[in-house]
Design a protein around this ligand. Structure first.
Ligand SMILES: CC(C)(COP(=O)(O)OP(=O)(O)OC[C@H]1O[C@@H](n2cnc3c(N)ncnc32)[C@H](O)[C@@H]1OP(=O)(O)O)[C@@H](O)C(=O)NCCC(=O)NCCS
Length: 176
């Protein structure tokens, strides 16, 4: 298998929608709307084209990852960060390291673009292996109730969340 990662293109949109729908079909937490969220985020100000990536294997789209802009707010203070809005791997290609490759590739690109952190809501057993820690350990909170181990953040360089505390504000497209 030779999996490569590249930025998404408009010609991928239909395949991405189908891949996200399929991969979340049997997911533990799903609202059945994940594929539409991607379309809404793409049309919003939170979208960063460089941070919408696909994984390809022999020209077949097998994975997708999307990070979008968010802010962490504390009174008058606003700090820019990213939400890992979606990561999905075609069910036929899961457990082959593609999710990991997409996540690590995203970290490198986000860092290059000058971002210091990524926040996500996800599986407590999966993301710590990539360096994510519960957001409460940074004194960062989500604007809704979730099991505290599922709300996670990563510093893309040492100390980039130092001194940053507050509540995450999601763009309207998230529908939160
Ligand atoms: C989660 C997902 C992106 C992982 O991608 P992947 O390519 O299958 O994962 P990788 O091959 O990089 O990693 C495999 C490892 O992750 C673990 N893993 C995969 N999905 C997991 C999950 N939902 N919860 C906990 N661990 C998980 C596997 O058990 C395996 O562990 P091991 O290395 O100890 O054997 C993929 O399974 C997926 O698309 N799932 C459905 C959609 C989803 O749930 N997205 C994430 C929302 S938080």
């Amino acid at each position: 298998m030779n999996v490569t990662i590249r930025q998404e293109r408009p010609s991928d949109y239909d395949a991405i929608r189908e891949l996200v729908r399929k991969s979340f079909e049997n997911a533990e937490f799903t609202d059945g709307d994940e594929h539409h969220l991607v379309d809404r985020l793409r049309a919003s100000d939170a979208y960063i084209p460089e941070l919408a990536l696909v994984a390809e294997n022999e020209e077949q789209l097998v994975g997708f990852i999307l990070c979008t802009k968010i802010t962490i707010e504390n009174g008058e203070n606003r700090y820019e960060s990213l939400a890992l809005a979606r990561v999905a791997v075609d069910p036929r290609f899961q457990n082959l390291g593609i999710g990991g490759k997409l996540i690590n590739g995203m970290h490198e690109l986000a860092k290059k673009l000058g971002f210091g952190s990524i926040i996500l809501l996800g599986h407590a057993e999966y993301y710590p292996r990539f360096g994510y820690r519960p957001t409460y350990t940074f004194d960062i909170h989500l604007p809704f109730e979730v099991p505290k181990e599922n709300s996670m953040a990563i510093e893309l360089s040492d100390g980039t969340l130092k001194g940053i505390q507050g509540t995450v504000r999601y763009p309207e497209a998230f529908g939160i």
